[in-house]
Design a binder for this molecule. Structure first.
Ligand code: SF4
Length: 125
C-alpha cells in the first residue's frame, strides 16, 4: 500500500505515539456517519495501518468550523481488521472470484460508468 496522507503527527520528546489525519471539506455529522460502522470507511484504517497509528481522525473543514472526527472504535483494532479483510478480498480476486456490481440504484441510474461495471448484465444473472 502506498500513497500520501494529509498529515501525520508524531509525539515529540521521545514519545512514539502517531496520529494520522485527513482533511475533508465536509460537515462533521456526515463524517461521523461514515465512521459509525466499523469497516464501512477504509481510508483512515489504511492510513493507521501504514503508520501503526494509535489515533486517526478526519478533520472537518466547513465554513468557519474545524472539527476533528475520530472513529468510535479502537483505531489499532480497526486497522488490523481492515487489512485482514483487504488481504482476504485480494486473495479472492486473484483466484478468480466474480466482482458483481453492488451500486445503489439511486446512484446507478445517473452513473456514467454503468457500461464499465456492467451493472445491467449482473442483474440479469
Ligand atoms: S453503475 Fe456501476 S459503477 Fe456506477 S454506481 Fe452503479 S454499480 Fe457503481
Amino acid at each position: 500500500m502506498h500513497g500520501r496522507l494529509d498529515r501525520v503527527d508524531v509525539q515529540a520528546k521521545g514519545g512514539s505515539a502517531v496520529r494520522v489525519l485527513d482533511y475533508k471539506m465536509m460537515d462533521a455529522a456526515r463524517l461521523r456517519n461514515k465512521l459509525k460502522e466499523a469497516g464501512e470507511d477504509v481510508q483512515l484504517a489504511c492510513y493507521a495501518y501504514v503508520y501503526e497509528a494509535e489515533e486517526a481522525a478526519f478533520i472537518s473543514i466547513e465554513k468557519d468550523k474545524v472539527i476533528a472526527v475520530a472513529p468510535p472504535q479502537d483505531v489499532a483494532e480497526l486497522a488490523q481488521a481492515n487489512i485482514a479483510r483487504l488481504l482476504e478480498v485480494f486473495a479472492q480476486m486473484r483466484s478468480g472470484a466474480a466482482l458483481p456490481a453492488h451500486g445503489a440504484e439511486e446512484a446507478c441510474q445517473y452513473c456514467e460508468m454503468r457500461g464499465l461495471c456492467r451493472k445491467s448484465e449482473w442483474n440479469e444473472r
